[in-house]
Design a protein. Structure first.
Length: 425
């Protein structure tokens, strides 16, 4: 069976649904393909950052049972806590929203279908090219042929479409892995936990405890892996994190996590170009997860909207226009943040010392605002204030680091971070 569309969007997560929604609202005939039956769950912290909230507001979208997340609490290896303030920017609000992915993805997909996108249940196993080197269609495992003038791949960090189209170079990617579960708890503020794997050697990732719906908090842990996509057994680490949170009073002593699910991360815009010919990659497929704190939903929705707008402006040059838009939106931050994350992975002792300093009683009051703005990728679009100017300066310096310490380079045996159970010193 062969179906013809103006655009084929593969993947119905936040990126794919936003792309399909914008296209369909403008009258394009668009297929929204996904291998899963909805509603379906995904491994995620369930926190949509300020830029994602802005996209939802601009498109007039409401997501069900969303709680508001503003300030964050960061916990360092010493156990000290630093409150990272949320600031309203010129181009984003001063808060995020918290909504389980089961509900968020379903709501966004339904909005896209209501706008006219055509749902297709399909696992994509081939990309068909025409004589000019452009992708003419994607082919599913059951023989469906979905043809389109443009293909938008929003099919995750491992992106089958990017791989099948020859766009994904795994060895140049910056990988991570994360798992999460729900646990009974009332959590007043999102909590980020940075711990040592062994004394004065930072754990190569962080844990989190985020507020959730119906008294169920989201608890998880993720690690950076550099350029090596290798097995990352984290269940014991998650169990230890839950024990630490119970010890600190953030969870009750009898709190037990529910089912655990996990997923791969590809960060910093690494491993592929945003577009090649008429194939555009959005969200995790483009590697647009924040390398420092792992946020993916906001960048996914921003990139999806840019992809759809590039297609609507000119399908013939959508790839080049989208590439320029991605560079403008993410380029100043992603490369530097990737290099910084890579440098910290290579120097676990230094990283432990830095985090301890950032959460020290006197220093934390001075740096909290800058840390919050830069770490969350919000320097561009921030309102003028001293912390924003300092965050922009940090972003500039990190960009210079990217020229000397590119992300995604293999770690030597001496540099490779220890993936031990996170612990307090």
């Amino acid at each position: 069976m062969s179906l013809r569309f103006d655009a084929v969007v593969v993947g119905a997560g936040p990126a794919g649904s936003i792309a399909a929604l914008v296209l369909a609202r403008s009258g394009a005939r668009v297929a929204l393909a996904d291998k899963a039956a909805f509603p379906r769950d995904k491994a995620c912290g369930d926190l949509v950052g300020p830029r994602g909230v802005r996209v939802l507001a601009d498109l007039g979208l409401r997501v069900p049972d969303a709680g508001t997340g503003s300030d964050l609490l960061a916990v360092g290896p010493s156990g000290r806590r630093s409150r990272l303030p949320a600031f309203t920017g010129r181009t984003y609000p001063g808060h995020g929203v918290i909504v389980p992915r089961l509900m968020l993805d379903h709501a966004l997909r339904e909005a896209a279908l209501d706008a006219g996108a055509v749902p297709v249940r399909a696992r994509i196993t081939a990309v068909e090219a025409d004589g000019g080197g452009r992708a003419s269609a994607v082919i599913s495992s059951d023989g469906q042929r979905l043809a389109g003038e443009v293909i938008i791949a929003a099919d995750g960090a491992l992106s089958p479409v990017a791989r099948l189209a020859g766009m994904l170079d795994p060895e140049r990617a910056q990988w991570g892995f994360a798992i999460r579960a729900y646990v009974p708890a009332e959590v007043p503020l999102p909590l980020l936990v940075l711990l040592d794997a062994s004394p004065w050697r930072i754990y190569p990732g962080y844990g989190w405890l985020f507020p959730g719906a119906d008294g169920q908090a989201n608890v998880g842990i993720g690690i950076g892996l550099g350029s090596a996509r290798r097995p990352a057994p984290l269940r014991d680490d998650l169990a230890q994190l839950v024990a630490l949170l119970s010890e600190c009073g953030d969870l009750s002593g009898d709190a037990r996590p529910g089912p655990v699910i996990g997923g791969w991360l590809r960060m910093g815009g690494t491993g592929t170009l945003p577009a090649a010919g008429n194939v555009l990659l959005a969200g995790d497929a483009a590697g647009l997860i924040n390398p420092l704190q792992g946020e993916g939903i906001g960048p996914a929705m921003v990139s999806a909207r840019l992809a759809a707008e590039a297609v609507l402006a000119s399908p013939a040059r959508a790839g080049s226009a989208y590439t320029e838009a991605i560079e403008a939106a993410f380029g100043p931050y992603m490369a530097g943040a990737s290099a910084l994350q890579s440098a910290l992975l290579r120097r676990p002792r230094t990283a432990s010392a830095v985090v301890r300093m950032l959460t020290a009683p006197v220093v934390r009051r001075v740096v909290a605002g800058t840390w919050s703005i830069y770490w969350n990728g919000l320097a561009d679009g921030a309102r003028p204030r001293p912390t924003a100017r300092t965050a922009h300066a940090v972003q500039t310096q990190a960009g210079r680091l990217a020229h000397h310490n590119p992300a995604g380079q293999p770690l030597t045996r001496e540099e490779a971070p220890e993936q031990r159970t996170p612990r307090r010193p």
